[in-house]
Design a protein around this ligand. Structure first.
Ligand code: ZN
Ligand code: ZN
Ligand code: FE
Length: 774
């Protein structure tokens, strides 16, 4: 007698072609029964002679985009099924399923789009079960067309037939569409600075709109185009005037722009790329990958003063058309486009047509819009390969909301993250679900984006957390949000120290649960002694930490202003090293870079301790040295001085180091005065900037290894976890990783989650989960 087997699968199994795949496997195995999406995952029942082998068949033969987290099966009495069918979804309360991230256009769809005989020839919204929008259009679960922004489009008979045909590669592809029934693009030329209205323009739509947009790009215009997770501003990356205009309008600083290249061979033309880097840039997530620039025709304004540039490949059909539209001779088109987030200043990326026209009119000369709504804004992800491993710098499109399995059941927790580069994290079962990059919470729009994302993740994952983790900084907006979150129904608040969260985050993503030597280097984090921390050596696990060593404190004259003006930090460090004569040393070394009256004013501030908080941030040390050797006295974006120092160090192969010392107490204090005295001597001797920068990097690397060995001697701990934005410096990171490794340490590092403050929410979640388990 035939057996009936019921199989329950969880993981990323919706929106990735799972059901048609199961259908084909079942039919080819002569099995009867059904497959069904539930809020929990996928439910399958099969009946037939080989029913009991079916779980194995699925496991060894799953669709490429799927990720199976669990599979359970039970044998039941036969139900007498007559065929195999794909059943409509049924929602299950209290359970949740995992939504797939957005996926770049697949090769099959690309071929169809370029095939003149295909009904989707040149159609900018072509997609299938293997590709297309997912997270950005999902409004609810289960993942079904009615709960996506595609519900506004009624399928034409031919699309509906594909959607319903289990043997078709668009079977139940929720965003399926064609030129007859699906979304359309629209082009609007505005003229710079002119008032813009959405209605009342001559409409250029469909293929003509794409052609107009390509013409505009060719002519050196800036266009705002609606991408997958938000608007992008695009212009010819080889046109200096266009790039400079975009920079003037958008940035007012020297922060690099990302570039989209027509193909991998164009990437190779402009940049050096290893095999690992090529694999990363071609991956389905299609992140921006930081690559070493070649001498090339790329406009110098793209990433000024930086030897790297962020490159990506087209990831929507519309992007592909901008490079390959057959109405143009390919060689006459730009093969690389600046492709930067469509937003003003530090605000979140714009997703709505009307909002785009209102906000981006001052930035773009024309608009390439479409009428498929973006539900969740999700910016491009940024990654780089360091020491052979792909590491995320910004985790968003293509990666979110893929969950991280923390290996143990947790209560529902909301972790609110830090303040800059904010992300939030909720836990559900064994999973931590981190949000996309939200950004700098100091502005109102970002805070609304935070709330919008939280609402969406709570609904999608059916979570209602009552444990709320937050940073110890009392004034972070994320902290204030945490305090007010529960309203009348009080929640348990769990404050987590910033650098403890960094280390816990690195441990969590590495799946390590034990005691480590944590090394957290960043610019700023609220310290428990009222000072600013950021060069932390700690003994830590999820339950707590002991501060073991840190750099000596230096006054930051002017507070935040000293962060924007690293020369203030340089002077302050010299005053610490040389006392009152620090000002004279500064003048001698900096040769009149700052007027005497500025210097005198600052001396007074430091002496009288006016608005001069104490910081031991490693980022600040990089800033001070960068200014001292004449690289950046004032910065226009976060991290600029430290990046300039890293670039300069790349010019030298010197293996020398500067002296430093540390005290015996606990926490030990690492003295930087010998370092500043030696650097000053080098500058006066005429040692090159590159050499000083390199020796400084060597010194910090040696500092990490020396201190870790000292801690190992005292504690017996042999595992080191590295976290904090300073470790995104690949030169320093590489030296530290090799140095620790060759000294016999096991080294835990970030790769799936950025080392910067984007990782804080995960660390907060891991620490509060441990607390809740006690
Ligand atoms: Zn496809
Ligand atoms: Zn259609
Ligand atoms: Fe930090």
């Amino acid at each position: 007698m035939d057996k009936r087997v019921r199989i329950t699968i969880t993981g990323i199994v919706q929106g990735v072609g799972f059901r048609p795949h199961v259908y084909r496997l079942a039919v080819s195995g002569n099995l009867r029964g059904f497959v069904l999406n539930t809020s929990k995952g996928v439910l399958i029942e099969v009946e037939g002679p080989a029913a009991e082998d079916f779980p194995k068949t699925i496991l060894s033969n799953r669709p490429p985009l799927s990720e199976i987290k669990s599979l359970t099966s039970e044998t039941l009495p036969p139900a007498g099924y007559t065929g195999f069918e794909v059943r409509l979804s049924e929602p299950v309360a209290e359970e949740f399923s995992l939504i797939s991230p957005d996926i770049a256009t697949c090769p099959d769809c690309l071929l169809e789009m370029q095939d003149g005989a295909d009904r989707r020839y040149l159609y900018p919204f072509i997609n299938c079960t293997d590709c297309g929008p997912r997270y950005s259009i999902v409004q609810g679960v289960p993942y079904d067309r009615l709960l996506t922004t595609m519900h506004a489009f009624k399928m034409c008979p031919r699309c509906a037939a594909e959607y319903d045909d289990p043997s078709d590669r668009r079977f139940h592809a929720q965003p399926v569409a064609c030129p007859k029934c699906g979304p359309i693009v629209e082009f609007k030329a505005l003229g710079v600075g002119k008032e813009v209205h959405l209605e009342g323009h001559a409409r250029v739509t469909g293929d003509d709109a794409v052609i107009e947009a390509v013409k505009a790009l060719k002519a050196g215009h800036i266009i705002a185009l609606k991408g997958l997770g938000g608007f992008q501003l695009a212009c010819d990356a080889t046109n200096d005037a266009a790039v400079d205009r975009l920079r003037r309008r958008k940035r007012k600083n020297q922060k690099p722009f990302a570039v989209m290249a027509a193909s991998i061979s164009v990437v190779r033309k402009y940049c050096e790329a290893s095999q690992a880097e090529e694999d990363l840039i071609k991956s389905r997530a299609r992140p921006i990958v930081l690559l070493k620039k070649r001498q090339s025709a790329l406009s110098p304004g793209v990433s000024p003063g930086n030897s790297y540039v962020g490159m990506m490949l087209p990831y929507t059909p519309l992007h592909h058309l901008l490079f390959t539209h057959p109405s143009f001779d390919r060689s006459s088109l730009p093969d690389a486009l600046v492709m930067t987030s469509g937003n003003i200043a530090e605000e979140p990326i714009v997703i709505d047509n009307k909002e785009a026209v209102e906000k981006l009119s001052g930035l773009a000369d024309s608009f390439l819009l479409h009428n498929r709504d973006i539900f969740m804004r999700v910016d491009d992800s940024v990654a780089r390969v360091v020491s052979g491993v792909p590491r995320l710098v910004r985790r968003a499109r293509g990666y979110v909301p893929a969950p991280m399995d923390l290996g143990r059941e947790m209560p529902e927790i909301l972790a609110c993250g830090g303040e800059l580069k904010n992300t939030l994290c909720i836990t559900k079962g064994r999973y931590a679900i981190m949000s996309q990059h939200i950004g700098d919470l100091t502005n109102y729009e970002a805070m609304s984006f935070f709330e919008e994302t939280l609402r969406n993740l709570k609904a999608t994952f059916k979570a209602d957390p009552k444990i709320i983790a937050h940073d110890m900084h009392p004034d972070y907006l994320s902290t204030r949000f945490a305090r007010e979150y529960g309203g009348d129904s009080p929640c348990t608040l769990v404050p987590v120290q910033h650098h403890h969260a960094h280390i816990a985050s690195c441990m969590a993503e590495s799946g390590y649960d034990g005691k480590v030597i944590g090394v957290a280097f960043d610019g700023t984090g609220y310290g428990m002694d009222g000072n600013i921390w950021g060069s932390e050596f700690m003994i830590a696990d999820f339950d707590g930490f002991e501060r073991y060593a840190h750099l000596d404190y230096t006054a930051l004259p002017g507070g935040d202003k000293a962060v924007r003006e690293p020369w203030r930090q340089a002077l302050s460090c010299l005053v610490k090293a040389f006392g009152k004569s620090g000002a004279e040393v500064f003048k001698r070394v900096k040769k009149g870079a700052r007027p005497d009256k500025d210097i005198n004013l600052l001396m007074t501030m430091v002496e009288r301790k006016v608005n001069s908080p104490y910081s031991c941030g490693m980022g600040r040390l990089f800033d001070a040295v960068s200014s001292l050797i004449g690289l950046r006295d004032v910065i226009t974006f976060e991290g600029e001085a430290a990046i300039a120092l890293e670039m300069a160090a790349g010019d030298s192969r010197d293996s020398g180091t500067y002296p430093f010392g540390f005290t015996a107490g606990r926490p030990a204090v690492i003295g930087t005065n010998p370092l500043f005295i030696s650097i000053t001597e080098d500058i006066i001797k005429g040692v090159s900037k590159g050499e000083v920068a390199r020796k400084f990097h060597n010194t910090v690397a040696r500092m990490v290894v020396t201190l870790c060995k000292d801690i190992r001697e005292k504690t017996g701990l042999g595992t080191v976890a590295l976290s904090g934005g300073v470790f995104q410096n690949p030169l320093l990171f590489g030296m530290v990783e090799v140095g620790l490794g060759s000294s016999g340490f096991r080294v835990l590092t970030h790769s799936k989650v950025p080392a910067n403050d984007a990782c804080i929410s995960l660390g907060q979640a891991a620490v509060s989960a441990a607390g809740a388990a006690r």
